[in-house]
Design a protein around this ligand. Sequence first.
Ligand SMILES: [Zn+2]
Length: 325
Amino acid sequence: MIRFLLSSLMLVAACSNQPVAPGDEAAAPVSVPYEAQYHDAARALTALETLSSDDYEGRRTGEPGNLKAQAWIVDRLQQLLVFPYYSSGFQAPFAAGKFDKPDMEVRGTNIIAEIEGANGRRSPVIVMSAHYDHLGVFEGEVYNGADDNASGVAAMLEAIAWFQENPPENTIIFAFFDAEEQGFAGSAFFVRAMPESLRERMALNLNLDMVARADKGELYAVGGYHNPELIPLIDSVAEDAPITLNRGHDSPEWGNQDWTLQSDHAPFLRAGFPIIYLGVEDHPDYHRSSDTFEEVDPDTFARITDTIIMMAEAADDWVAEQPKE
Ligand SMILES: [Zn+2]
């Protein structure tokens, strides 16, 4: 995620540590640990912990920690028995310009899997995406990127496991993008290089970036402003979701908290495809070495991961119901 931060940081600081009136502690409801309905919460948490550990050195594009993350993700995909999207395998190296600076070349490697829909190569396509790269090591400190975006990778692996057991109607391409932190080079390349045969089947991009740290218990769905036809879909998931799912952060009135062009969904949106981006609000550890696994609340992450899979499942139904041209 690439966000403009300062004002929101101060906002977060202002909102925390609200005074608790005497006697309020006794009235607080007893929290029952959330039981995941759509995924293996322990496995998801282990994935998040692994990728955000110091061993992976912040997964900076082109560096050893990033290559190690690639190997780990590919290994998990092989365990899940999912097929690679490209005939050459899961890893798709690229040398490509940044989204907004096409002249600045970045070299990286996207990792792409696919579950084919009921109508094979004629099925409409949903691209689910989550970037696995982060900022690396800076002045001796590892930028672990637990929320940004080991969380999205871990959640998407669970979505793959779900759809392996519950085959989708549409084709779902699962894109673990590289170089998001370098101007969305991986997703920009994927969209630019998209063959016509895929372009004409593209129905939706569902992007996950920063999906663990809902300090206020809220997850946001971006995209309804740009594609109002998505609003009923988003709202129907929100009704049953185990976390508060709000629409927003996608129109000019949000100012520098308009996330329309702030992650890998941007190249898809600009190419004219509908997008839903799911993410949490900024927190004080955003793009700092303190974005670590220890700051992740397992209960919240399990709720969000279930919500993500509910959204993917509902999106699959929604796309299947769209009139064919
Ligand atoms: Zn980021």
